[in-house]
Design a protein around this ligand. Structure first.
Ligand code: RNT
Ligand code: ZN
Length: 417
């Protein structure tokens, strides 16, 4: 049977459940994912040669890491050729591209240092999102940035945040679509602090100063990402979930939840509905924490599917901005990216193919046995036929066919680096 024939018969199977597969595909085609640039070079960036700091870590040394903007862009092109749909690229400030002999420190960055990226995005019809980079830099003193007791350190990073708002404005204006700017700081303490309040108070003031500059809030959508711990900052993080959620709610910015940033038994899928009741919009980083915030490649696992379901069944596609955030240096990086992107799309498709109203009815009528049985049976429905047709329709390799292209790219391009 051809992909189309399989799709036609599968369409009937889903129709009997009250699910319109054509509609699901239409919706999926319009969902743009913010693809992080940092899977391609292990979060190194181009503005300095020091180590990756901030309590995040990449492990592995698979050959083929992108060493220049040109290599990173080529790798991104390769990934995008294997993923259906039009997406956004999520940049970090340390991915500034300096011309020969040019350099600007983080607090002096200007739009012109990102013009190469704008050109890249414009040519491909992509949007850009942005992140100030509060790590891997000599001005991170004692694991502190915006919450440092040293005013010089704080001021440096405040200027960095402000510079990044200007750059985000430039992205939005040039590409004619809003730019999400996500603030995450690594600040914290390895061991039990004597004063938990003051660092948070300083962080709050620093954020106030960053956001005090005049900018168009419909074009630059600022969000704040929380984190429970990091390597070397195990006992206390300044930007805890309570801090960021409250700050965001009070100051008209968005909360960003990264599903690696909570206690391992806490589920972001359970938090989304609560956030939606009190926040107009929110942002997510989809990742895969294995025992800790390890940033493994996103799988089509239960939690990923559950997060997608929460967005779809609460009709929140316009209210939840999704970006990916993982970095595995132990496998082919282009494959890692592609697997994660396709998996998030598969999770969305799976959610779009769920008969949510029927399931909710069972819950409301307290028919929990039937709900459990039905939910489990749904797992074996032929969603893969819809996925393959979706890929074919968008001229993207179906099933595992994309892998051969990555292997060829590895042989011809990556292995020569
Ligand atoms: C770190 C945060 C943050 C980073 C990126 C590189 O724990 O998740 O989002 O991964 O900014
Ligand atoms: Zn994150």
């Amino acid at each position: 049977m051809t992909t189309l024939q399989r799709y036609e018969s599968t369409k009937e199977i889903y129709r009997k459940l009250g699910v319109d597969t054509d509609e699901a595909i239409r919706k999926l085609e319009n969902i743009s994912i913010s693809m992080h640039c940092w899977q391609g070079d292990d979060v190194t960036g181009f503005d300095q040669n020091g180590p990756l700091t901030g309590g995040i870590q990449t492990t592995g040394n698979y050959p083929g890491k992108a060493r220049t903007p040109e290599e990173l862009m080529a790798d991104i092109d390769m990934v995008l050729s294997l993923v259906p749909g039009k997406h956004k690229i999520n940049l970090h400030a340390n991915y500034a591209v300096f011309k020969e002999g040019e350099f600007a420190d983080r607090d002096k960055l200007e739009p012109k240092h990102f013009s190469e990226w704008v050109g890249f995005a414009r040519k491909r019809g992509l949007g850009l999102d942005f992140n100030p980079t509060y790590f891997s830099h000599k001005m991170v003193k004692d694991n502190l940035t915006l919450s440092s007791p040293d005013k010089e350190v704080r001021d440096f990073w405040i200027r960095h945040g402000q510079a990044c708002i200007r750059i985000s404005e430039y992205f939005a204006a040039e590409l004619n679509q809003p730019c999400l700017m996500n603030i995450w700081i690594p600040d914290g303490y390895k061991d039990i602090p004597a004063d938990r309040l003051s660092p948070r108070a300083r962080f709050k003031n620093s954020l106030d100063e960053i956001l005090a500059i005049d900018y168009d809030k419909s074009k630059v959508i600022v969000c704040l990402e929380s984190k429970v711990f990091g390597i070397g900052v195990e006992s206390y993080t300044v930007g805890s979930a309570e801090f960021t959620t409250n700050y965001a709610a009070k100051n008209g910015i968005l909360s960003l939840m990264d599903n690696g940033h909570y206690h391992p038994t806490e589920m972001v899928s359970d938090k989304i509905s609560a956030m939606l009741l009190f926040h107009d919009k929110l942002a997510l980083h989809i990742t895969r924490p294995v025992r800790w915030d390890s940033d493994h490649v996103v799988l089509l696992d239960d939690e990923t599917k559950e997060i997608a379901k929460e967005i779809i069944r609460n009709d929140a596609l316009d209210r939840v901005y999704v970006g990916l955030d993982f970095f595995d240096a132990s496998i082919n990086r282009v494959a890692a990216w592609t697997i994660g992107m396709r998996n998030w799309q598969k999770a969305l498709l799976y959610a779009l193919l769920c008969p949510h109203e029927n399931l909710a009815k069972l819950q409301n009528e307290d028919r929990m046995t039937e709900l459990l049985a039905f939910q489990e049976e749904l797992k074996m429905y032929p969603a893969g036929d819809v996925w393959n047709y979706f890929c074919q329709k968008n001229n993207i390799p179906e099933k595992e066919d994309w892998l051969a292209k990555v292997m060829q790219y590895e042989e011809v391009v990556l292995s020569k680096r």
